[in-house]
Ligand binder design. Structure first.
Ligand SMILES: NC(=O)c1ccc[n+]([C@@H]2O[C@H](COP(=O)([O-])OP(=O)(O)OC[C@H]3O[C@@H](n4cnc5c(N)ncnc54)[C@H](OP(=O)(O)O)[C@@H]3O)[C@@H](O)[C@H]2O)c1
Length: 274
């Protein structure tokens, strides 16, 4: 049976399913089309792509071929750092929409806080929001410092901040800051890209709960009220990851996972990004 995926309500009222399928490093073309199609068939209603992933067109095609109504699927795309700037942000969103075969994105994120251009990019995103080219706008790889800078000039606060987040990178201060500001934190690389899936504490809790290590890592982030977007090119893993909504970790298990932090970065580290 297909699990029912709950949604969270963003600060502008838009609903976002708490589990989505990540599309980074899914090869463009047939593989991306198949992964997105499989995910939609299994019950995913949230796909996370980006201009930089070169598979927006495949996501768009899978969405179209699925026969699902556009409004039933939440589609995120992201502004490539190379398109940062006012006019380029606007133009590149139109290109993304053309590739996605849709008139709007559910969420459009600044992929990286590009120095000197991020304020202009945000202005363009605010414009795109008011013109209806996206239903929500947000950022990615923003630290508290980047968010504070944005708040000084922004008319619209980000609905989402997508960052690396897993039990080996428990960004507690950023989580608390975003919660206080009404910004939904979204976990990328929620499986630590598989690097820590065999860690003994993860394995032990997987055994205790009769779930898998991947499900334990995803469940931990969900219970911290993050949205998660695990990536897999394998049908059975896509379903396994989706099923992380179906159980709960108890407070002792949560505590054990909360105290694992190693500050492990498997992707970009924006800490010192100027
Ligand atoms: N905003 C950003 O800067 C940013 C950066 C990175 C990622 N992201 C987004 O976040 C998504 C997820 O992050 P990610 O792809 O870097 O890492 P991830 O989801 O933490 O891990 C993906 C890796 O875990 C494996 N995996 C998936 N499910 C598994 C399971 N159930 N059991 C064991 N291994 C499993 C995958 O292998 P197989 O594919 O072979 O199954 C892949 O090697 C991306 O796809 C992208 O959409 C955003």
């Amino acid at each position: 049976m297909t699990p029912t995926i709950p949604s969270t309500k963003l600060n502008n009222g838009v609903k976002m399913p708490v589990v989505g399928a990540g599309m980074y490093q899914v090869p463009p073309g047939d593989t991306s089309r198949q992964v997105a199609a499989t995910a939609l068939r299994q019950g995913y209603r949230h796909l996370d792509t980006a201009q930089a992933y070169r598979n927006e067109a495949d996501v768009g095609q899978a969405l179209r071929d699925s026969g699902l109504s556009r409004e039933d699927v939440f589609v995120t795309t992201k502004l490539s750092p190379r398109n940062a700037g006012f006019a380029t942000t606007r133009a590149s969103l139109q290109e993304s929409l053309r590739r996605l075969q849709t008139s709007y994105a559910d969420l459009f994120l600044i992929h990286w806080p590009v120095q000197g251009l991020r304020t202009e990019s945000w202005k363009a995103m605010e414009g795109a929001l008011s013109e209806g080219y996206c239903r929500a706008i947000g950022v990615s790889n923003y630290t508290i410092r980047h968010l504070q800078e944005l708040e000084e000039t922004a008319e619209v606060l980000p609905a989402v901040n997508q960052v690396e987040f897993h039990p080996f990178l428990y960004q507690k201060d950023l989580l608390q800051y975003c919660q206080k500001k009404g910004i939904q934190l979204e976990a990328y690389a929620p499986l630590s890209r598989g690097e820590k899936i065999n860690h003994p504490v993860i394995q032990r809790i997987a055994h205790e709960t009769r779930h898998t290590p991947a499900q334990v890592m995803l469940r931990w982030a969900l219970q911290h009220e993050l949205v998660v977007i695990p990536k897999s090119v394998h049908e059975e893993r896509l379903m396994e990851n989706l099923r992380s909504v179906e159980f709960r970790l108890d407070s002792v298990q949560m505590q054990a996972l909360d105290t694992l932090p190693e500050n492990l970065r498997t992707c970009w580290d924006p800490t010192d990004a100027p």
